[in-house]
Design a protein around this ligand. Sequence first.
Ligand SMILES: [Zn+2]
Length: 85
Amino acid sequence: MENKPTTLCSYCRTNPATSVDHVVPRKKDENLTSQNTTPACTHCNFSKRDHVAPKSSPSGYSGEWPRSGGQTSCPFGSRASSCDH
Ligand SMILES: [Zn+2]
């Protein structure tokens, strides 16, 4: 039995995250810090691009979209030691 935690996309919480995405779209001199990145699945990362939140939900997702509180909430969820929420 594997003990690897699966990081879910912070936008849809449905697909496993495949990359990190900038929470705040491109800022000058903004580094890829943990404060400004969030795990995102392929769909959401592509759908989001320069927007604040993905424009469309991934297939397989059901419920309201954008996910309630999903676009500005702490991307770290239970690992809240590194966020203000
Ligand atoms: Zn997603």
